[in-house]
Design a protein around this ligand. Structure first.
Ligand SMILES: [Zn+2]
Length: 425
């Protein structure tokens, strides 16, 4: 059940069974499209006529469209339904401490333009102007992408509960930086900000098949310039009281370890981030990298390790052990059904998995904890960019349209899950 607070009474009054059924139709379409009205009715366990009325309403609102006709064993061939995301796009931006990546996507997160990237300006005003200029240019270059519905920006830091102020972004050196309003003003478009790992968790939730049994609690971990985490509990992204739930990167691993960007010594992040791995390889803290290594990345390190560079393999395995120890703490604290792992280090997964597993097994409190499923999300899948796109796509097709100004209090799948499996009669 949705947890209700007096402030959210508007949601309670809006969520009549009809609104919930509409939402289930949208979710089933998102995950099963193209699908016929008859199949929808079967999936929902509802009368075909009732589903037909809902579908007609969604077509009139431009959320659903009719496509080709499907096959039928006998009788009239059914017209197949799709979510209608034509003529509309999102600008999705993945901001990292070093570079920012930007692409136009449709509202389901599929890329409609090439991904462009630029160095991240650490001055907030300059960053806003630069990003706004590049969004405008991309939109001008790709008129075929359609009308831009909004900008989704995945931020490497913690946001306030309203999602408009970056409260703390250690690797950017930002504290209490208002970002949403200046960017919206510069672009004249709606802007949605989210912590990068929470955005990834949301996108993962959004991609889950709507009719599947709730797959249990999960953690999305992004190991990159820094370490970010997003937690999904009971089908919702966990925020906590101050919207900082999931900041696993700053769990202390050693009280007298190296200094972290957050100002404290020995955070998990300083042992497993890309810079930590590269520093181990170089034998001193980076940046800067020695000139002869060019712009060596962790992916590059994995290539070197595979071609017999023992020092590269040793650096990766040291990171793997620390990764396992931290994952054990996450398992001990949350006992999730699944952990999604993303970031450049995953390009070395075949080399490091057994060491990561050994580190987990060493510190998880029950043996089964060490076997927690880890799903590697490859860098090529661009999870953070998909997460940024979901910030615009979820409110367009999701259930929390307009509620309290934030889109992420629950997932697109939540209504179906709240009602149980619609397949069940
Ligand atoms: Zn820290």
């Amino acid at each position: 059940m949705r947890r209700l607070h007096t402030k959210e009474l508007r949601i309670a009054t809006r969520n009549t069974s009809r609104a919930i059924n509409r939402q289930i139709v949208l979710n089933l379409l998102r995950t099963h499209q193209p699908v016929s009205r008859a199949a929808l009715a079967r999936l929902m366990g509802m009368q075909r006529s009732a589903v037909g009325l809902l579908v007609n309403e969604l077509i009139a609102q431009g959320l659903v469209r009719e496509g080709a006709t499907g096959e039928a064993s006998r009788g009239r061939k059914p017209t197949l339904l799709h979510l209608d995301s034509r003529g509309r796009c999102a600008a999705a931006a993945d901001m990292r401490a070093t570079r920012t990546f930007l692409a136009l996507t449709d509202l389901m997160g599929r890329e409609l333009s090439p991904v462009v990237s630029f160095a991240t300006d650490h001055d907030p005003g300059a960053f806003v102007q630069n990003l706004a200029g590049r969004v405008r240019r991309l939109l001008a270059e790709h008129p075929e992408a359609g009308r831009c519905q909004g900008v989704g920006l995945a931020v490497p830091g913690m946001l306030d509960r309203s999602g408009s102020v970056v409260v703390h972004a250690p690797r950017l050196g930002w504290r209490n930086v208002a970002l949403k309003e200046p960017l919206a003003a510069a672009l004249g478009l709606p802007v949605e900000l989210e912590n990068a790992a929470k955005a990834c968790a949301l996108a993962q939730l959004w991609a889950t098949r709507g009719d599947a049994q709730p797959s249990g609690d999960m953690v999305f971990l992004s190991v990159s310039d820094g370490v970010g985490g997003g937690v999904v509990v009971g089908g919702e992204v966990l925020r906590g009281r101050h919207n900082v739930a999931g900041e696993f990167g700053h769990m202390p691993l050693s009280v007298d370890g190296p200094l972290c960007a957050c100002g404290s010594p020995g955070c998990w992040e300083v042992y497993v981030s890309n810079l930590a791995t590269l520093s181990r390889y170089v034998g001193r803290p980076v940046p800067p990298l020695p000139a002869e290594l060019g712009d060596l990345t962790v992916d590059g390190l994995a290539v070197r390790a595979r071609s017999g560079d023992v020092r590269a393999l040793t650096a990766l395995l040291a990171t793997a052990r620390y990764l396992g120890l931290g994952l054990a703490s996450i398992v001990n604290a949350l006992d999730p059904a699944r952990i999604y792992l993303s970031g450049e280090i995953t390009s070395a997964w075949d080399l490091i998995e057994s060491t990561v597993r050994a580190g987990m097994a060493e510190r998880t409190l029950v043996a089964a904890g060490g076997d927690t499923e880890i799903v590697v999300v490859q860098t090529e899948e661009r999870p953070r960019l998909r997460g940024a796109a979901a910030l615009v796509g979820v409110p367009a097709f999701g259930d929390d349209q307009g509620s309290s100004g934030r889109v992420l209090h629950s997932s697109g799948d939540a209504p179906a899950q709240r009602l149980g499996n619609p397949r069940r009669r």
